[in-house]
Design a protein around this ligand. Structure first.
Ligand SMILES: Cc1ncc(COP(=O)(O)O)c(C=O)c1O
Length: 333
């Protein structure tokens, strides 16, 4: 195993299932490729998602360093924050979450923001401060009170976080082998670089033939590409792999995030609706709905032949939709 030498804490229900999406394929018309889905929305930790895999390695590192409180940051509806709060609860650690922006005067405690409270995390709004500076100053304050804090960067997108997705690709390779399947493309939502970097490093290290393609969640595409590139190198170094991944293997679809991060459009909601109504699978409006919008558009453009197989790696996040319910309803017919 590529990640065996790293400390790891079991948090997820693994392996996550893989299955075919025949009804969705039918709905997408006669030229649609075969569609598989890997269900990381079912990792199990307080409604699951991709961060649980990263946190298995990150939280193990925190514990190895004697930490007793996790600090991290994200948007108010961050799935990463919710899974970090759940991991902290499960392991008896404290948790402080920095939510970007202002607390609204009539703040509604819903979606992940509600779950963070239920899970016992302290939530602090960053207001006009940088989230990174806030995390550091809260860590310093906790240290002065005798605590041992551990700061997790946004999205747990750090080399040991990406190692979670290298391990996930090993899991995937074993499942594909058993199923006698090999997709032509594995495609997923890409936001803070960690999932994308891990899947790319894992598939290259194992020599898997499929294309690895991310769909950017926002419009800072070049920044995200550079971050993935750096994290690929750092993760490769962490795992002591002798790999040179050529630039053209880093495929990031940029146009679907153009409306801007977390700006919900009718097309994002339409993609969520199509997935829900043909497979009974919930996506979220910020990451996986947007990624599905991209997948459906690429299918419509004839990007894959009817004999090819595309695997959508579902990264979770549906609990975040309850924080945006009115906007989603407004986009539904
Ligand atoms: C549901 C969901 N999918 C995908 C992503 C993107 O993953 P990454 O940040 O590792 O690129 C996120 C990030 O928060 C997420 O919450």
């Amino acid at each position: 195993m590529l990640t065996d030498h790293l400390p790891r804490t079991s948090l997820a229900f693994l392996p996550t299932p893989i299955h075919e999406m025949e009804r969705l394929r039918e709905r997408l018309g006669p030229s649609c490729p075969r569609l598989l889905i890997k269900r990381d929305d079912q990792t199990g930790l307080a409604t699951g998602g991709n961060k649980t895999r990263k946190l298995e390695f990150v939280v193990a590192d925190a514990i190895a360093q004697g930490s007793d409180v996790l600090i991290t940051a994200g948007g108010p509806q961050s799935n990463h924050c919710r899974q970090t709060a759940a991991a902290a609860a499960r392991l008896g650690l404290g948790c402080v979450l920095i939510a970007s922006g202002e607390r609204q005067p009539k703040q509604t405690w819903n979606g992940n923001l509600l779950l963070n409270h239920l899970l016992g995390a302290s939530v602090v709004f960053a207001r006009h401060h940088s989230r990174e500076e806030m995390m550091q100053s809260i860590a310093d304050d906790l240290k002065s009170k005798g605590r041992t804090p551990y700061v997790i960067p946004v999205g747990a997108s750090m080399p040991i976080g990406s190692a979670g997705y290298v391990a996930a690709v090993e899991e995937l390779a074993g499942q594909l082998d058993e199923m006698g399947e090999m997709p032509d493309t594995v495609i997923f939502a890409s936001g803070s670089a960690g999932t994308h970097a891990g899947i790319l490093v894992g598939s290259e290290a194992l020599g898997l033939p499929f294309a690895v393609e991310g769909i950017a969640d926002g419009d800072d595409v070049e920044e995200l590409r550079a971050k993935i590139c750096d994290l690929v190198k750092e993760t490769t170094a962490l795992l002591k792999l002798d790999l040179q991944i050529p630039d053209e293997k880093l495929v990031l679809h940029g146009s679907y995030g153009e409306p801007g991060y977390a700006v919900i459009t009718d097309d994002d909601v339409r993609a969520m609706e199509l997935m829900a109504q043909s497979e009974g699978i919930l996506a979220d409006p910020v990451y996986t709905g947007r990624a599905l919008k991209g997948v459906f558009d690429l299918i419509e453009q004839g990007r894959w032949g009817v004999d090819e197989t595309v695997m959508f790696w579902h990264t979770g996040g549906s609990s975040g939709m309850f924080g945006r319910a009115d906007e989603i309803m407004a986009s539904l017919p």
